[in-house]
Design a protein around this ligand. Structure first.
Ligand code: BYC
Length: 316
Protein backbone atom coordinates (compact mmCIF):
# COMPACT_ATOMS: atom_id res chain seq x y z
CA UNK A 1 0.00 0.00 0.00
CA UNK A 2 1.33 3.47 -0.85
CA UNK A 3 1.36 5.90 1.99
CA UNK A 4 1.25 9.65 1.45
CA UNK A 5 4.05 11.43 3.26
CA UNK A 6 2.83 14.22 5.61
CA UNK A 7 4.95 16.78 3.71
CA UNK A 8 3.13 15.84 0.47
CA UNK A 9 -0.25 16.36 2.13
CA UNK A 10 0.92 19.77 3.34
CA UNK A 11 2.24 20.68 -0.15
CA UNK A 12 -0.98 19.56 -1.76
CA UNK A 13 -2.94 21.77 0.63
CA UNK A 14 -0.79 24.76 -0.41
CA UNK A 15 -1.35 23.91 -4.10
CA UNK A 16 -5.14 23.59 -3.61
CA UNK A 17 -5.27 26.88 -1.67
CA UNK A 18 -3.26 28.67 -4.37
CA UNK A 19 -5.62 27.45 -7.11
CA UNK A 20 -8.70 28.25 -4.99
CA UNK A 21 -7.42 31.81 -4.40
CA UNK A 22 -6.96 32.32 -8.18
CA UNK A 23 -3.24 32.76 -7.68
CA UNK A 24 -0.62 31.34 -10.02
CA UNK A 25 1.32 28.09 -9.75
CA UNK A 26 4.94 28.78 -10.76
CA UNK A 27 7.59 26.31 -12.04
CA UNK A 28 9.36 25.91 -8.69
CA UNK A 29 6.12 25.26 -6.77
CA UNK A 30 5.06 21.76 -5.84
CA UNK A 31 2.27 20.45 -8.10
CA UNK A 32 0.50 17.09 -8.47
CA UNK A 33 2.06 14.86 -11.15
CA UNK A 34 -1.25 14.71 -13.02
CA UNK A 35 -1.46 18.55 -13.12
CA UNK A 36 2.04 18.65 -14.59
CA UNK A 37 1.32 15.97 -17.21
CA UNK A 38 -2.00 17.56 -18.22
CA UNK A 39 -0.24 20.88 -18.75
CA UNK A 40 2.56 19.27 -20.77
CA UNK A 41 -0.06 17.50 -22.93
CA UNK A 42 -2.10 20.66 -23.59
CA UNK A 43 0.83 23.07 -24.01
CA UNK A 44 2.69 20.65 -26.30
CA UNK A 45 -0.40 20.13 -28.44
CA UNK A 46 -0.83 23.88 -28.57
CA UNK A 47 2.83 24.49 -29.52
CA UNK A 48 2.69 21.79 -32.22
CA UNK A 49 -0.49 23.40 -33.62
CA UNK A 50 1.27 26.74 -33.94
CA UNK A 51 4.16 25.36 -35.97
CA UNK A 52 2.13 22.92 -38.08
CA UNK A 53 -0.33 25.79 -38.56
CA UNK A 54 2.36 27.69 -40.46
CA UNK A 55 2.09 25.24 -43.37
CA UNK A 56 -1.38 25.84 -44.86
CA UNK A 57 -0.87 29.59 -45.02
CA UNK A 58 2.81 29.52 -46.00
CA UNK A 59 1.54 27.65 -49.03
CA UNK A 60 0.22 30.99 -50.36
CA UNK A 61 3.21 33.28 -49.63
CA UNK A 62 4.64 32.92 -53.14
CA UNK A 63 1.20 33.44 -54.71
CA UNK A 64 -0.05 36.42 -52.66
CA UNK A 65 -1.82 38.84 -55.02
CA UNK A 66 0.25 41.93 -54.07
CA UNK A 67 3.46 42.91 -52.28
CA UNK A 68 1.39 44.32 -49.40
CA UNK A 69 -0.54 41.05 -48.96
CA UNK A 70 2.70 39.05 -49.19
CA UNK A 71 4.40 41.14 -46.49
CA UNK A 72 1.38 40.80 -44.18
CA UNK A 73 1.18 37.04 -44.70
CA UNK A 74 4.91 36.55 -44.11
CA UNK A 75 4.67 38.49 -40.85
CA UNK A 76 1.68 36.42 -39.73
CA UNK A 77 3.37 33.10 -40.47
CA UNK A 78 6.47 34.29 -38.58
CA UNK A 79 4.26 35.23 -35.62
CA UNK A 80 2.97 31.63 -35.52
CA UNK A 81 6.57 30.37 -35.29
CA UNK A 82 7.08 32.77 -32.38
CA UNK A 83 3.96 31.43 -30.63
CA UNK A 84 5.35 27.91 -30.98
CA UNK A 85 8.58 29.07 -29.33
CA UNK A 86 6.87 30.73 -26.34
CA UNK A 87 4.82 27.59 -25.85
CA UNK A 88 7.74 25.15 -26.09
CA UNK A 89 9.51 27.36 -23.54
CA UNK A 90 6.46 27.24 -21.26
CA UNK A 91 6.48 23.42 -21.55
CA UNK A 92 10.20 23.37 -20.72
CA UNK A 93 9.47 25.02 -17.36
CA UNK A 94 7.60 21.80 -16.50
CA UNK A 95 10.75 19.72 -16.94
CA UNK A 96 10.34 18.50 -20.51
CA UNK A 97 12.69 19.33 -23.36
CA UNK A 98 11.76 20.69 -26.78
CA UNK A 99 13.57 17.78 -28.44
CA UNK A 100 11.42 15.31 -26.56
CA UNK A 101 8.21 17.11 -27.55
CA UNK A 102 9.22 17.39 -31.20
CA UNK A 103 10.10 13.72 -31.22
CA UNK A 104 6.61 12.91 -29.90
CA UNK A 105 5.03 15.09 -32.60
CA UNK A 106 7.08 13.51 -35.38
CA UNK A 107 6.30 9.98 -34.20
CA UNK A 108 2.56 10.70 -33.83
CA UNK A 109 2.54 10.32 -30.02
CA UNK A 110 1.32 13.90 -29.51
CA UNK A 111 -1.46 15.65 -31.37
CA UNK A 112 -1.84 19.03 -33.06
CA UNK A 113 -5.10 20.81 -33.84
CA UNK A 114 -7.44 19.01 -36.24
CA UNK A 115 -7.95 22.25 -38.20
CA UNK A 116 -4.55 22.15 -39.89
CA UNK A 117 -5.35 18.92 -41.71
CA UNK A 118 -7.54 20.76 -44.20
CA UNK A 119 -6.14 22.17 -47.49
CA UNK A 120 -5.82 25.82 -48.52
CA UNK A 121 -7.23 25.66 -52.04
CA UNK A 122 -7.54 29.36 -52.94
CA UNK A 123 -6.23 32.76 -51.81
CA UNK A 124 -9.54 33.34 -49.99
CA UNK A 125 -8.58 30.51 -47.61
CA UNK A 126 -5.95 32.83 -46.12
CA UNK A 127 -8.80 35.21 -45.23
CA UNK A 128 -11.03 32.42 -43.90
CA UNK A 129 -8.19 31.10 -41.71
CA UNK A 130 -7.55 34.56 -40.29
CA UNK A 131 -11.21 35.29 -39.62
CA UNK A 132 -12.42 31.88 -38.47
CA UNK A 133 -9.38 29.86 -37.33
CA UNK A 134 -7.62 32.74 -35.57
CA UNK A 135 -11.04 33.92 -34.32
CA UNK A 136 -11.71 30.49 -32.78
CA UNK A 137 -8.18 30.45 -31.37
CA UNK A 138 -8.73 33.82 -29.65
CA UNK A 139 -12.07 32.72 -28.20
CA UNK A 140 -10.35 29.64 -26.77
CA UNK A 141 -7.16 31.38 -25.67
CA UNK A 142 -8.34 34.60 -24.01
CA UNK A 143 -9.58 32.57 -20.99
CA UNK A 144 -6.20 30.76 -20.97
CA UNK A 145 -4.60 34.12 -20.03
CA UNK A 146 -6.16 33.36 -16.61
CA UNK A 147 -4.87 29.77 -16.53
CA UNK A 148 -3.57 28.71 -13.11
CA UNK A 149 -0.08 27.91 -14.47
CA UNK A 150 1.90 31.18 -14.64
CA UNK A 151 4.21 30.62 -17.65
CA UNK A 152 1.35 29.37 -19.86
CA UNK A 153 -0.97 32.21 -18.82
CA UNK A 154 1.71 34.84 -19.50
CA UNK A 155 2.58 33.36 -22.91
CA UNK A 156 -1.10 33.56 -23.82
CA UNK A 157 -1.27 37.33 -23.23
CA UNK A 158 1.13 38.08 -26.05
CA UNK A 159 -0.22 35.29 -28.28
CA UNK A 160 -3.75 36.68 -27.98
CA UNK A 161 -2.64 40.22 -28.87
CA UNK A 162 -1.00 38.92 -32.04
CA UNK A 163 -3.92 36.62 -32.85
CA UNK A 164 -6.35 39.55 -32.75
CA UNK A 165 -4.26 41.30 -35.36
CA UNK A 166 -4.32 38.10 -37.46
CA UNK A 167 -8.07 37.85 -37.10
CA UNK A 168 -8.51 41.44 -38.28
CA UNK A 169 -6.30 40.89 -41.33
CA UNK A 170 -8.36 37.81 -42.29
CA UNK A 171 -11.59 39.73 -41.88
CA UNK A 172 -10.29 42.64 -43.96
CA UNK A 173 -9.04 40.28 -46.68
CA UNK A 174 -12.44 38.55 -46.90
CA UNK A 175 -14.27 41.90 -46.89
CA UNK A 176 -12.17 43.07 -49.85
CA UNK A 177 -12.95 39.87 -51.76
CA UNK A 178 -16.60 39.93 -50.79
CA UNK A 179 -16.96 43.48 -52.15
CA UNK A 180 -14.92 42.66 -55.28
CA UNK A 181 -15.98 40.98 -58.52
CA UNK A 182 -18.56 38.18 -58.57
CA UNK A 183 -15.74 35.66 -58.91
CA UNK A 184 -13.93 37.10 -55.88
CA UNK A 185 -17.13 37.09 -53.84
CA UNK A 186 -17.76 33.45 -54.81
CA UNK A 187 -14.19 32.53 -53.83
CA UNK A 188 -14.67 34.11 -50.38
CA UNK A 189 -17.99 32.33 -49.90
CA UNK A 190 -16.50 28.98 -50.93
CA UNK A 191 -13.64 29.38 -48.43
CA UNK A 192 -16.06 30.21 -45.60
CA UNK A 193 -18.21 27.19 -46.57
CA UNK A 194 -15.19 24.89 -46.24
CA UNK A 195 -13.66 26.35 -43.04
CA UNK A 196 -16.79 26.94 -40.93
CA UNK A 197 -17.45 23.43 -39.61
CA UNK A 198 -13.79 22.48 -39.05
CA UNK A 199 -13.42 25.76 -37.07
CA UNK A 200 -16.25 24.69 -34.75
CA UNK A 201 -14.43 21.37 -34.22
CA UNK A 202 -11.33 23.23 -32.97
CA UNK A 203 -13.01 23.65 -29.58
CA UNK A 204 -12.82 19.89 -29.02
CA UNK A 205 -15.47 17.19 -28.51
CA UNK A 206 -18.86 17.97 -26.94
CA UNK A 207 -18.75 18.37 -23.16
CA UNK A 208 -20.20 14.92 -22.44
CA UNK A 209 -17.37 13.33 -24.45
CA UNK A 210 -14.52 15.58 -23.27
CA UNK A 211 -12.34 13.35 -21.11
CA UNK A 212 -10.13 16.09 -19.64
CA UNK A 213 -12.47 19.07 -19.18
CA UNK A 214 -13.81 18.42 -15.67
CA UNK A 215 -10.37 17.97 -14.10
CA UNK A 216 -8.79 20.78 -16.13
CA UNK A 217 -11.56 23.15 -15.06
CA UNK A 218 -11.20 22.12 -11.40
CA UNK A 219 -7.49 22.96 -11.68
CA UNK A 220 -8.37 26.25 -13.47
CA UNK A 221 -6.28 25.34 -16.49
CA UNK A 222 -9.44 25.58 -18.60
CA UNK A 223 -11.90 28.26 -17.50
CA UNK A 224 -14.84 27.28 -19.75
CA UNK A 225 -16.05 24.05 -21.30
CA UNK A 226 -15.60 23.19 -25.00
CA UNK A 227 -19.32 23.71 -25.74
CA UNK A 228 -19.45 27.06 -23.89
CA UNK A 229 -16.59 28.44 -25.98
CA UNK A 230 -18.00 27.01 -29.21
CA UNK A 231 -21.32 28.76 -28.52
CA UNK A 232 -19.51 32.02 -27.75
CA UNK A 233 -17.69 31.76 -31.09
CA UNK A 234 -20.89 31.12 -33.09
CA UNK A 235 -22.55 34.12 -31.40
CA UNK A 236 -19.59 36.34 -32.38
CA UNK A 237 -19.42 35.09 -35.99
CA UNK A 238 -23.07 35.35 -37.09
CA UNK A 239 -23.23 39.20 -37.11
CA UNK A 240 -19.69 39.40 -38.52
CA UNK A 241 -20.69 37.13 -41.46
CA UNK A 242 -23.62 39.43 -42.13
CA UNK A 243 -21.34 42.48 -42.12
CA UNK A 244 -19.03 40.67 -44.54
CA UNK A 245 -21.93 39.99 -46.91
CA UNK A 246 -21.25 36.23 -46.64
CA UNK A 247 -23.37 33.39 -45.33
CA UNK A 248 -22.46 30.61 -42.91
CA UNK A 249 -23.13 27.13 -44.33
CA UNK A 250 -25.67 26.08 -41.71
CA UNK A 251 -29.41 26.13 -42.54
CA UNK A 252 -30.23 25.52 -38.86
CA UNK A 253 -28.72 28.80 -37.60
CA UNK A 254 -31.53 30.54 -35.68
CA UNK A 255 -31.61 33.12 -32.94
CA UNK A 256 -33.03 31.78 -29.67
CA UNK A 257 -34.39 34.77 -27.81
CA UNK A 258 -34.94 32.83 -24.58
CA UNK A 259 -31.36 31.55 -24.41
CA UNK A 260 -29.87 34.69 -25.92
CA UNK A 261 -27.78 32.57 -28.29
CA UNK A 262 -27.64 31.40 -31.90
CA UNK A 263 -28.74 27.76 -32.29
CA UNK A 264 -26.64 25.82 -34.78
CA UNK A 265 -26.94 22.51 -36.62
CA UNK A 266 -25.27 19.20 -35.77
CA UNK A 267 -21.50 18.92 -36.06
CA UNK A 268 -20.12 15.92 -37.95
CA UNK A 269 -18.18 14.35 -35.08
CA UNK A 270 -17.40 11.27 -37.19
CA UNK A 271 -15.34 13.54 -39.46
CA UNK A 272 -13.54 15.01 -36.39
CA UNK A 273 -12.67 11.55 -35.09
CA UNK A 274 -11.35 10.48 -38.50
CA UNK A 275 -9.11 13.58 -38.69
CA UNK A 276 -7.78 12.83 -35.19
CA UNK A 277 -7.03 9.25 -36.24
CA UNK A 278 -4.84 10.60 -39.06
CA UNK A 279 -7.35 10.26 -41.90
CA UNK A 280 -8.00 13.94 -42.68
CA UNK A 281 -7.30 15.35 -46.15
CA UNK A 282 -3.76 16.59 -45.29
CA UNK A 283 -2.55 14.69 -42.17
CA UNK A 284 0.08 12.76 -44.10
CA UNK A 285 1.35 15.83 -45.98
CA UNK A 286 1.57 18.02 -42.85
CA UNK A 287 3.53 15.58 -40.73
CA UNK A 288 5.94 14.53 -43.48
CA UNK A 289 6.63 18.18 -44.35
CA UNK A 290 7.31 18.85 -40.65
CA UNK A 291 9.71 15.92 -40.36
CA UNK A 292 11.49 17.06 -43.53
CA UNK A 293 11.81 20.66 -42.21
CA UNK A 294 13.23 19.29 -38.95
CA UNK A 295 15.81 17.17 -40.75
CA UNK A 296 16.77 20.03 -43.08
CA UNK A 297 17.23 22.28 -40.05
CA UNK A 298 19.66 19.91 -38.31
CA UNK A 299 22.68 21.95 -39.45
CA UNK A 300 21.23 25.09 -37.84
CA UNK A 301 20.79 23.31 -34.49
CA UNK A 302 24.31 21.83 -34.78
CA UNK A 303 25.80 25.23 -35.60
CA UNK A 304 23.97 26.88 -32.68
CA UNK A 305 25.18 24.17 -30.30
CA UNK A 306 28.78 24.50 -31.58
CA UNK A 307 28.60 28.28 -31.20
CA UNK A 308 27.26 27.99 -27.65
CA UNK A 309 29.97 25.44 -26.75
CA UNK A 310 32.70 27.77 -28.07
CA UNK A 311 31.41 31.11 -26.84
CA UNK A 312 29.03 30.18 -24.04
CA UNK A 313 31.64 30.27 -21.26
CA UNK A 314 33.40 33.41 -22.51
CA UNK A 315 30.17 35.41 -22.61
CA UNK A 316 29.16 34.46 -19.07
N1 BYC B 1 -7.71 18.81 -32.50
O1 BYC B 1 -10.92 16.13 -23.29
P1 BYC B 1 -10.74 17.06 -24.44
C1 BYC B 1 -3.83 28.33 -33.45
C2 BYC B 1 -8.20 15.94 -28.29
S1 BYC B 1 -3.45 26.80 -32.89
C3 BYC B 1 -6.97 17.75 -32.11
O2 BYC B 1 -11.81 18.08 -24.65
P2 BYC B 1 -8.86 19.12 -23.64
C4 BYC B 1 -3.31 28.82 -34.73
C5 BYC B 1 -7.61 16.24 -26.93
O3 BYC B 1 -6.25 16.61 -27.03
C6 BYC B 1 -4.91 26.22 -32.07
N2 BYC B 1 -7.19 17.09 -30.94
O4 BYC B 1 -9.30 17.74 -24.33
C7 BYC B 1 -2.04 28.43 -35.16
C8 BYC B 1 -7.83 14.94 -26.23
O5 BYC B 1 -6.89 13.96 -26.71
P3 BYC B 1 -5.67 13.40 -25.77
C9 BYC B 1 -4.56 25.25 -31.01
C10 BYC B 1 -8.18 17.56 -30.16
O6 BYC B 1 -7.38 19.21 -23.74
C11 BYC B 1 -1.58 28.85 -36.41
C12 BYC B 1 -9.17 14.48 -26.77
O7 BYC B 1 -9.34 15.12 -28.01
N3 BYC B 1 -5.11 25.71 -29.77
O8 BYC B 1 -4.53 28.92 -32.76
O9 BYC B 1 -9.49 19.27 -22.32
C13 BYC B 1 -2.38 29.64 -37.24
C14 BYC B 1 -10.32 14.81 -25.85
O10 BYC B 1 -10.57 16.23 -25.79
C15 BYC B 1 -8.95 18.68 -30.50
C16 BYC B 1 -4.88 25.05 -28.62
O11 BYC B 1 -4.23 24.03 -28.59
C17 BYC B 1 -8.69 19.30 -31.74
N4 BYC B 1 -9.40 20.35 -32.18
O12 BYC B 1 -9.53 20.23 -24.59
C18 BYC B 1 -3.63 30.04 -36.77
C19 BYC B 1 -5.50 25.68 -27.39
N5 BYC B 1 -9.86 18.88 -29.53
O13 BYC B 1 -4.78 14.60 -25.50
C20 BYC B 1 -4.10 29.65 -35.51
C21 BYC B 1 -5.14 24.98 -26.12
C22 BYC B 1 -9.66 17.94 -28.60
O14 BYC B 1 -6.29 12.86 -24.54
N6 BYC B 1 -5.84 23.74 -25.96
N7 BYC B 1 -8.67 17.14 -28.99
O15 BYC B 1 -4.99 12.39 -26.63
C23 BYC B 1 -7.08 23.63 -25.41
O16 BYC B 1 -7.70 24.61 -25.05
C24 BYC B 1 -7.63 22.24 -25.20
O17 BYC B 1 -6.56 21.33 -25.26
C25 BYC B 1 -8.72 21.84 -26.23
C26 BYC B 1 -9.15 20.37 -25.95
C27 BYC B 1 -9.95 22.74 -26.06
C28 BYC B 1 -8.22 21.92 -27.66
Amino acid sequence: MTTIAPEDTAREAVFDATVAADERIEPRDWMPDAYRSTLVRQIAQHAHSEIIGMQPEANWITRAPSLRRKAILMAKVQDEAGHGLYLYSAAETLGTSRDELLDKLHSGRQKYSSIFNYPTLTWADVGAIGWLVDGAAITNQVPLCRCSYGPYARAMVRVCKEESFHQRQGYELLLTLSRGTDAQHAMAQDAVNRWWWPSLMMFGPPDDESSHSAQSMAWKIKRHSNDELRQRFVDICVPQAEALGLTLPDPDLTWNDKRGHWEFGPIDWAEFREVLKGNGPCNEERISRRRQAHEEGAWVRDAAAAHAAKHGKASR
